[in-house]
Design a protein around this ligand. Sequence first.
Ligand SMILES: NC(=O)c1ccc[n+]([C@@H]2O[C@H](COP(=O)([O-])OP(=O)(O)OC[C@H]3O[C@@H](n4cnc5c(N)ncnc54)[C@H](O)[C@@H]3O)[C@@H](O)[C@H]2O)c1
Length: 360
Amino acid sequence: MARGAIRIGVIGCGFYAQNHLHAWQDLASEGAALAAVCDVDTGKAEAAGRAFGVPFYTDAATMLAGDRLDAVDIVTRHNTHRALCELAISRGIATIVQKPFAPTWEDCLAIVEAAEKAGVWLAVHENFRFQTPMRHVRRVIDSGAIGAPSWARIMFRTGFDVYRTQPYFYDEERLAIADVGIHVLDLARFFQGEVERISCETQRRNPKVRAEDTATMLLRHRSGSVSVVECTYEARRDPDPFPETLVEIEGDKGSIVVLPGSRLRVSSNGVTTEENVCSPLRSWTTVRWHVAQEGAFLACRHLLDCLQRGVRADTSGQDNLKTYALVDAAYRAAVEHRAVAPEELNESAGAPRSKARGAQ
Ligand SMILES: NC(=O)c1ccc[n+]([C@@H]2O[C@H](COP(=O)([O-])OP(=O)(O)OC[C@H]3O[C@@H](n4cnc5c(N)ncnc54)[C@H](O)[C@@H]3O)[C@@H](O)[C@H]2O)c1
């Protein structure tokens, strides 16, 4: 695709889409053209259309047929992702889809295969690895300051009321790992590379939710390094770091610690430095949510740049299969009380889901 304005249609104008809409608007100077919005809820479609000054639709097929779009950005919930991705791909339109990619491994594979067969660019909006503190961590690792990383602890632990903005969480069949663990597992890959095996303990600490709200996972990476990956919506912490991810990484020359408030402490060859890596608020971000909102903006910026250059995104459909495989492997590990290799999914696709409800 030639460099130039990329006409984008956003599908789904609910809670999280507001970040995408603002991001695309802010990226206008870099070549993003928010061209249309769509939501099956007329009120939400109209509100977004009016707020961002673009035509609105209540049917995705009508929007794709009526507006000349280069890309669609699907920000609906996962149960609609496969149908909407396949619709966009069948029209040859570059497709971005929010995490989780789709409800099942088979759905994810089908979307990736459809895109590859049609030669259509496909990416998942996986955004935690784009958050400013996480980019800093990656840069410190790449600088060699801590040597080769061999151990990490990556934590998303909160008691913030996530159910207020996302009430559908109460009824999800798979909750903490599929919703936020997926981001933290992606970070484990981002920092320490691909995973050989994963074990997992899940807990349902809030009796009002149907699925697990807490997971503690242990990953052995192919490099030999180890990650402890934790996520919970039931922590009682003061201060509560929500929505920040906290990180500790050790190498043979030093360590990196991400502390609450976007503080990065680096020890390298016996010398320790600490800096606040928080970036300034954008016009639409707020103090508490800034790290996460800016992560969505930076993910959109990366996706736009890749679309303009006609190159695969870091979080392409293919790449995200590897993160998704860790999610399914974690659920299987919890049910079967053993370490699971993500490759096992290819051998018996789909098996973990049917037992997922037992993983508490
Ligand atoms: N990356 C993150 O940090 C993050 C945070 C929150 C949510 N999310 C993801 O964003 C996605 C949306 O979550 P949400 O909380 O905004 O949900 P939501 O329910 O608030 O919004 C989804 C919207 O999609 C609309 N919709 C459903 N089917 C549609 C269709 N066929 N065509 C057009 N519109 C349709 C709904 O009417 C609704 O307005 C989910 O995949 C969720 O996991 C990501």
